[in-house]
Design a protein around this ligand. Structure first.
Ligand code: NDP
Length: 476
């Protein structure tokens, strides 16, 4: 595939291409241009030229393009889901869900278009004042490989409906679905230059975007370390930043919880998308009184998960997205028992056998009795490995849960309203779930505290992030 700049397919000035491989088989799916700084300049120029006419449309006129685009995405949902599974690895039902999620976010922001407004303010003195909410101009988005379609929707919805134009950089291992979605937006009639996709390495294309003087806002999703680098590059031009970064979400199961429901919650919360979700359950805290029974139930269910190529029927978990990620996860688990850091109840290895040899698979893994300073608890485990810790009570659970540099999500599982209240008041996280984990929706603000990021995406809040308030004072 080629890049998408100024409403056209374009090669890169570099004339080099990056291979995109299927993480389940290692086979080549397609390739995308390995873009360079000049491509970013061309995309920013195209976005800049489109700014005036796009901003002059009413929000409702802009929304019409996205209703059409969302319809096309739903019509071609199966084709898009197949492409997403082949480059990302997730099971096909998860890919279908993600493609529907992209369409839903666009539709949600179309609905909010009519709420865009300024404010009338009486006085001061003789006269009146009001505010105009104006688009910022050229905005940018840098996205990761774990949920490329959904995160593209989270960024485009508020940016474009509020009248900005966008330059977007996909992750290098998953650019294809993003490119296909951009072509579909073009097919829906989106004017040339309003959306531009530049593919290529983060160290070149991503850094050129972060430092570009003509980009007014950057929304970045990715690892916390990369987020800090991006923030430093963006600082000299004082562009607005939204940073959606890593997480190490705790899940706390109290002794009065519905255990079967909580076990379902762990399975989905940890092993969905092969554990590669920013708000996955990454640490499990069990009250001592139910720990034995809970781990028994959980271990049986984890052992029954079917791991394989996401294209096949009945697969619960696909491969990790890339070799580096699989090696990182394997390295975190290797030697855990020898070092006395924990006890592997199930999993812990690259699965053996012909079906797995060419892909980046790792067994669903459960590790109990994890020691407090283990990297399994202090780092973000972005893969299908769950460390488990026993606690005496909620005070201890919350103290341990908060003992991290991350603050994206957290959940508590209990029927006791006092425990619910203590948990949502004391857990330091952007989202606190009660008796569920992982659920996100376009209407709910999403983002993290501490090193999990800055700002919020989704909901009406995200719109104001893409608008500049101008005060007008009129003397009468
Ligand atoms: P990375 O930070 O490695 O990459 C994210 C994006 O940044 C990619 O497009 C990447 O490009 C680009 N990039 C890499 N280096 C630079 C750089 N120096 N300057 C600018 N851009 C750069 O993250 P992953 O792709 O590995 O994604 C996984 C991470 O994302 C996890 O930590 C996860 O928790 C987090 N995440 C957070 C979410 C949230 O909302 N809080 C949601 C989803 C994921 P390239 O692919 O070319 O390297």
């Amino acid at each position: 595939m080629k890049m998408w700049i100024n409403g056209k397919n374009e090669d890169s000035c570099s004339s080099e291409y990056m291979d995109v491989r299927n993480p389940a088989t290692g086979k080549l799916v397609d390739s995308a241009p390995a873009g360079c700084r000049e491509d970013v300049d061309a995309a920013v120029e195209a976005a800049g030229r489109a700014c005036g006419s796009w901003a002059s449309l009413s929000p409702q006129e802009r929304a019409r393009f996205f209703y059409r685009a969302a319809g096309l995405v739903r019509e071609r949902g199966e084709e898009l889901a197949l492409l997403l599974t082949s480059e990302q690895g997730k099971p096909l039902p998860e890919a279908r869900n993600e493609i529907r999620g992209f369409a839903s976010v666009l539709e949600y922001y179309c609905g909010l278009a009519s709420t865009l407004k300024g404010e009338f303010i009486q006085g001061p003195g003789n006269g009146y004042s009001f505010t105009l909410n104006e688009p910022l101009g050229v905005c940018a988005a840098i996205i990761p490989w774990n949920m490329p379609a959904l995160i593209m929707g989270w960024k485009l919805g508020p940016a474009l409906v509020s009248g900005n134009t966008v330059v977007l950089k996909p992750a290098s291992s998953t650019p294809l679905t993003n490119l296909k979605l951009a072509f579909l937006l073009g097919e829906a009639g989106l004017p040339a230059g309003v959306l531009n996709l530049v593919t290529g390495p983060g160290s070149v294309v991503g850094e050129a975007i972060a430092g570009h003087p003509d980009i007014r806002k950057l929304s970045f999703t990715g690892e916390s370390g990369t987020g800090k680098r991006v923030a430093a590059l963006a600082a000299p031009t004082l562009k607005r930043l939204t940073l959606e970064l890593g997480g190490s979400d705790p899940m706390i199961v109290c002794d009065d919880a519905e255990l079967e429901t909580a076990v379902d919650g762990v399975l989905r919360g940890r092993f969905y998308n092969c554990g590669q979700t920013c708000t996955a359950v990454k640490r499990l805290y069990l009250f001592e009184g139910i720990a034995e029974e809970f781990l028994g139930l959980l271990e049986r269910r984890v052992r029954s998960l079917r791991v394989g190529n996401g294209m096949l029927d009945g697969i619960d978990m696909g491969p990790l997205n890339n070799e580096g990620q699989r090696n990182y996860v394997a390295e975190l688990v290797r030697g855990v028992e020898e070092r006395g850091e924990g006890k592997i109840l199930t999993g812990g290895k690259v699965p053996a056998g012909g079906g797995y040899s060419d892909g980046y698979f790792f067994e669903p893994t459960l590790i109990s009795e994890v020691s407090p300073d283990s990297r399994l608890l202090t780092e973000e485990v972005f893969g299908p490995v769950l460390p488990v810790v026993r606690v005496q009570n909620l005070d201890e659970a919350i103290e341990e849960a908060n003992r991290t540099r991350y603050g994206l999500g957290a959940s508590v599982w209990t029927k006791n309203i006092d425990r619910v209240r203590q948990a949502y008041e004391q857990l330091k996280a952007g989202t606190v779930w009660v008796n569920q984990h992982l659920k996100v929706a376009p209407e709910l603000p999403f983002g993290g505290t501490k090193e999990s990021g800055l700002g919020r995406e989704n909901g009406p809040y995200a719109l104001s992030d893409y608008l500049e308030s101008k005060t007008v004072m009129i003397r009468t």
